[in-house]
Design a protein around this ligand. Structure first.
Ligand code: PLP
Length: 446
């Protein structure tokens, strides 16, 4: 039966972000989960060291979340949000607005982070059109940025490996540098920040009259390799957007809902975005709900008599799904009752010390961390920061070794991603870091 399932998976599936030749050599089918562990069809257990792709908050099969979904199912599973609403989507909107930076007062639902970004981009574009400045129609985005896989999100992305192939399909967006301190010439966080802000300002001076918005991940560039921005960079970018009358789209898809030790990462720098995308942890990692938040000013630019044609003509079939919204409401109730954000903030200090245990390893170049969002960059030489040859696929092999040792995660090139569920206890964190350490040791020494 198990072998048959493996064969079926190889025969019928095409998995996301996966070279299927790799999958065929190392198949894996998860059957169940409990707490911060998942179990495969052979009964082998793994720590969920990347929160099932950066989503999970309370662990798997959290009783309260399971119950909330069952309770909602007794009423209705789904009805549309086109021209009407439903009970949990409405309650959730109020709750979300209580939690987001105060300038954000409106909630537009969708189903994935990429869609939430796509919506933010379209809203920004149409906003300027609706207020009579149609010339502001281009975007600035950040080098090495990642906002999801739809064409709009890819257009403001800049990860060569994923995006270059679609170059001809993308709309133009001007790229601004991001402070990647470890690989900068000076290695000095303030200098690197100031140089990048200076270049961004030059771009804005030259182009601001044609720029609708700047898009940026919040505090950490996740898919670029967990690159934590130096203090003051996000706030500096906000100041420049205000100065040059450009909307700021902040992407909190990966960082939102407690991941960095604040409810939203932009709170680290008291940044108030004009548009903000969120998803992933919003339902605790249970169901696909995403959100684009915006200000009353932007909302009002779309509010008029129908004949003025200012309507935002965008929506998805499952937008505002009741089961997802009910799970999200319960998730947010648990955030309060279990003080999740405070817990992450406290435990991330302990995690920092645990990760320091890896720092002396000859192939660990840099350990980056903000809250429970961590990346360990492996290098061939610690002294020169020289990377391993790409064809060695070091990160991939370390991750396979971790799988063998009982933990799942996905690398980004040679950066080992560690993003455990937010409820992970100190002893669980310790066990996971030990697996990581052993895997790095074994793979880099053979
Ligand atoms: N934005 C950021 C910063 C992300 O990290 C991701 C996914 O990892 C996305 C957007 C896309 O989200 P989704 O996979 O839900 O479309």
């Amino acid at each position: 039966m198990t072998q048959k399932l493996i064969e079926k998976s190889k025969k019928y599936l095409w998995l996301p972000f996966t070279q299927m030749k790799d999958y065929d050599e190392h198949p894996l089918i998860i059957e169940s989960g409990n707490g911060i562990k998942v179990k495969d069809i052979y009964g082998k257990e793994y720590y969920d060291g990347f929160s099932s792709v950066w989503l999970n908050v309370h662990g798997h099969r959290k009783k309260e979340l399971d119950e909330a979904i069952k309770k909602q199912l007794e009423k209705i599973a789904h009805s549309t949000l086109l021209g009407m609403t439903n009970v949990p989507a409405t309650e959730l909107a109020e709750k979300l607005i209580e939690l987001t930076p105060e300038k954000l007062t409106r909630v537009f639902y969708s189903d994935s982070g990429a869609e939430a970004m796509e919506i933010a981009l379209k809203m920004a574009f149409q906003y300027w059109k609706n207020i009579g400045k149609p010339e502001k129609k281009k975007f600035i985005s950040m080098q090495n940025g990642y906002h999801g896989d739809t064409i709009g999100a890819v257009s403001v992305g800049s990860i060569s490996l994923f995006h270059d192939v679609y170059g001809a399909l993308m709309f133009e967006s001007f790229k601004a540098p991001i402070p990647y301190v470890y690989r900068s010439e000076s290695g000095n966080p303030s200098q690197c920040r100031d140089e990048c802000l200076h270049t961004l300002e030059q771009l804005l001076i030259e182009k601001h009259q044609e720029i609708a918005a700047l898009s940026i991940e919040s505090m950490v560039q996740g898919a670029a390799g967990m690159i934590v921005m130096p203090k003051g960079f996000l706030a500096g970018a906000r100041e420049l957007c205000t100065k040059y009358d450009v909307l700021m789209i902040v992407d909190e898809v990966a960082t939102g809902f407690g991941r960095t030790g604040k409810m939203f990462a932009c709170e680290h720098e008291h940044v108030q975005p004009d548009l903000m995308a969120a998803g992933k942890g919003i339902t605790g990692g249970y169901l696909p709900i995403a959100v684009t938040f915006t200000t009353e000013k932007i909302y009002n630019a779309f509010y008029d008599d129908y004949k003025k044609l200012k309507t935002f003509f965008h929506g998805h079939s499952y937008t505002g799904n009741q089961l997802g919204c009910a799970a999200a409401l319960e998730n947010l109730r648990l955030f309060e009752s279990e003080k999740i954000v405070e817990q992450v903030s406290g435990k991330s200090k302990d995690l920092h010390f645990l990760l320091l245990g890896l720092d002396s390893h000859p192939h660990v170049g840099e350990i980056r961390q903000l809250g429970f969002m961590c990346g360990i960059e492996l290098v061939q030489s610690k002294e020169t920061k020289k990377p391993f040859p790409a064809e060695k696929r070091m990160g991939y092999h370390v991750s396979l070794k971790m799988r063998e040792l009982g933990m799942l995660t996905r690398p980004i090139g040679d950066v080992i991603v560690f993003m455990p569920p937010l409820v992970s206890s100190n002893s669980e964190l310790k066990a996971m870091v030990t697996i990581m350490k052993n895997a790095i040791n074994e793979v880099t020494t053979c």
